[in-house]
Design a protein around this ligand. Structure first.
Ligand SMILES: [Zn+2]
Length: 153
């Protein structure tokens, strides 16, 4: 029982499926970012003209200034690991075998962290500040997973 304005209210539960497959438009900014990954193996950021922050992945509006961004910049395939976790328990949407490591990578030239998988890595040797490099898939589809993973340098 719940309570609203001092009155007891029965709580209703509805069962719903947890997995929903859908597609949505990436929009012009994200599409350009993904096309660069797919066609040129290029990781591009977008720079705020007010605060200078470079977003990777690219987005249309600065989270700090709310400024629309249009200045594209290339960022490095290399960067540092800002944070990480190792996943041991599979979830319904996991795209790879477990266990695997997931990190937040700040690429050189970027002002934000990119969440991505870590590969070719000994879990016992992962550390914050570790230098990593993007490894691309041979076949690319215009998806953030065109970067297969980031491996230690
Ligand atoms: Zn800004």
């Amino acid at each position: 029982m719940g309570e609203i304005l001092g009155r007891a209210v029965p709580i209703i539960s509805n069962e719903r499926p947890r997995i929903i497959r859908y597609s949505n438009s990436a929009g012009p900014i994200r599409s350009k970012f993904l096309i660069s990954l797919r066609d040129e193996k290029k990781i591009m950021g977008i720079k705020c003209s007010v605060c200078g922050r470079v977003y990777v992945p690219a987005r249309s509006t600065c989270l700090k200034c709310f400024e629309n961004m249009e200045e594209w910049v290339d960022v490095s395939h290399e960067g540092t690991l800002e944070a990480y976790t190792i996943l041991y328990k599979p979830g319904p949407l996991h795209i790879t075998d477990i266990p695997y490591a997931l990190g937040i990578i700040k690429l050189y030239g970027a002002g934000t962290g990119l969440v991505h998988r870590l590969g070719e890595v000994d879990f016992k040797k992962i550390s914050i500040g570790m230098k990593v490099r993007a490894v691309f898939n041979e076949e690319r589809k215009g998806d953030i997973r065109d970067i297969k993973y980031f491996k230690p340098l």
